[in-house]
Ligand binder design. Structure first.
Ligand code: FAD
Ligand code: NAD
Length: 473
């Protein structure tokens, strides 16, 4: 079969694949996106956008209820149908016409179908219309196929047809009750969302909540979930799941049985690499694809992997950051132009190791960047952490009556720079970019004293953290 040639083939048109193609085309290359489902991927239709659309109305309502003078005007509760309808508008009712239009307008070709590597720089696509197409890349192939939910090997779980993040973010109605297995970001966000929508939620976590973050984050989110009416069962194994009639029963290691209408499994992700032809190029199907900092798969000069599939940081913004580096470096290498792949260079995704920002949109929110105290200590830094109660800041007390929250700054004592920051509290997500700039810029603490937070804003917590640490002399 005659192959169609492009400079770059991108397998998977999620947010990350789209950005690789866009950067490469801006760099003067031709590119094709191969997509077997919806152009825009998980984030647009079953992850970031619908989950945040489900969470935001309850957060807005809480915001009004926490301010005397405003709370008196809140006379009703959430309109669940309106919340779901607003969520649907964000997903364009699971229609990707606008994203296809964007791609084509940006000069990127889109081919619908399931793609598999079939040789060096070659992808064969089983097209949506039943035919087959062979694509050949002049310069590079980028795998951007994302990840999918991990279903743990728990007795009866698969047979019980559990919800995954897809069903949780796209449900047409809020179930009367929901059991959630997991204690990470998906579990805590969806527990927050569904509790606010009136569902009776039980969250079963085999460890503490949000275990990779500062310990106070999981503790404060657990306390808030309980206040919302969620039954939180930390340090609890799930041993058996059964679906009987219109209910699911979940048995735990300590002998409890939770009965709910649905069970959501939120126990992490696996790479979407089982059926993309990795064996044709000597790689193992089902593996994550390890890359260097320019996103090139180890051992190849033409194969790249960006986004969730490389397991560097499973976040849309980090994947798009990798995509900008990868699209630019693919164009540079194709043209024989200089490559800037040293740490913090144009073509290196260095921040993946040093400064990954993340917001967990629970209520309170958790916003963090860089290293936790434990991670910094484990990495061998000589560190000191300082904590501050955000509610003591004037801007926070104006923002919400009885504001409660915690900030932690982790400082490298040798260089006196910030290695990591965590904020937990209502509406702290917008504080995060300043922390990210401080970490990425390795801004010395004595210079940070000159970054004056406006009064009275919650950002004044920065001044309090610096004062608590002590001014470097
Ligand atoms: C519930 C939930 C909420 C989240 N919320 C956030 C958030 O608020 N902020 C954030 O930063 N991150 C969030 N994430 C993480 C975020 O969704 C992912 O990091 C992001 O979607 C990864 O993008 P990607 O392009 O790598 O993969 P994907 O978005 O999964 O895109 C991969 C694409 O490849 C296609 N594909 C796969 N195999 C093939 C093939 N063989 N042929 C053709 N096409 C193929 C798929 O159909 C898909 O469109 C959330 C995740 C979940 C589950
Ligand atoms: N706001 C955001 O940025 C956002 C929101 C949702 C998801 N995400 C991303 O999506 C990814 C997936 O989220 P997630 O919550 O599924 O994963 P996660 O890694 O955050 O949490 C997984 C949870 O499942 C538990 N677990 C793992 N295996 C288990 C088992 N066999 N039995 C019981 N419990 C088990 C873990 O202890 C942990 O609590 C994350 O990496 C996250 O970065 C981001």
């Amino acid at each position: 079969m005659q192959a169609t040639e492009y400079d770059l083939i991108v397998l998977g048109a999620g947010a990350v694949g789209e950005n690789v193609a866009d950067r490469a085309v801006r760099g003067g290359l031709t590119a094709v996106l191969v997509e077997h489902e919806l152009v825009g991927g998980e984030c647009s239709y079953w992850a970031c956008m619908p989950s945040k659309a489900l969470l935001r109305p309850a957060q807005a309502l809480r915001g009004a209820r926490q301010v005397d003078g405003a709370k008196e005007a809140v006379t009703g509760d959430l309109d669940v149908a309106a919340v779901l309808a607003r969520r649907d508008s964000f997903t364009h009712n699971w229609n990707d016409d606008s994203q296809v239009e964007w791609a084509e307008g940006a000069g990127i070709s889109v081919l619908r179908g399931h793609g598999r590597l079939t040789g060096e720089k070659e992808v064969t696509v089983a097209k949506a219309d039943g035919g087959e197409a062979v694509l050949r890349a002049r310069h590079a192939v980028t795998v951007a196929t994302g990840s999918e939910p991990l279903i743990p090997d728990i007795d009866g779980l698969r047979e019980a047809r559990p919800w995954t993040s897809r069903e949780a973010t796209s449900a047409k109605a809020a179930p009367e009750s929901l059991a959630i297995i997991g204690g990470g970001v998906v579990a805590t966000e969806m527990a927050t969302a569904y509790a606010a929508l009136g569902t009776t939620v039980t969250l079963i976590s085999r460890g503490g909540l949000l275990a990779s973050m500062e310990p106070f984050a999981g503790e404060q989110v657990a306390a808030a979930l309980r206040e919302l009416g969620v039954t939180v069962l930390p340090h609890t194994e799930t041993t058996r799941v059964r679906r009987t009639g219109d209910c699911v029963t979940v048995e735990t290691g300590d002998g409890h049985t939770v009965t709910a209408r649905e069970v959501l499994v939120a126990t992490g992700r696996v790479p979407r690499t089982r059926d993309i032809g990795l064996e044709a190029v000597g790689l193992t199907p089902g593996d994550w694809l390890a890359t260097d900092d320019t996103m090139r798969v180890e051992g190849f000069d033409w194969l790249y992997a960006t986004g969730d599939v490389n397991h560097r940081a499973l976040l849309t913004h980090q994947g798009k950051y990798q995509a900008r580096a990868a699209g630019d470096v693919i164009a540079a290498r194709a043209k024989g132009a200089p490559v800037s792949d040293q740490p913090w260079g144009t073509h290196a995704a260095t921040a993946d190791h040093e400064a990954v920002p993340q917001v967990t949109f629970t209520d309170p929110e958790v916003a963090s960047v860089g290293l936790t105290l434990k991670a910094a200590t484990d990495a061998g830094y000589r560190v000191r952490a300082v904590d501050y109660e955000i509610g003591n800041v004037a801007g926070a007390s104006v923002h919400a009556d009885g504001y409660k929250g915690t900030a932690r700054m982790v400082v490298d004592e040798d260089r006196e720079v910030v290695l990591g920051v965590t904020f937990v509290g209502p509406d702290v997500s917008e504080l995060l970019q300043a922390a990210t700039i401080a970490v990425v810029g390795q801004v010395p603490l004595d210079r940070l004293w000159h970054a004056v937070p406006a009064y009275p804003t919650i950002n004044e917590v920065w001044l309090r953290l610096l004062e608590t640490y002590g001014r470097p002399s």
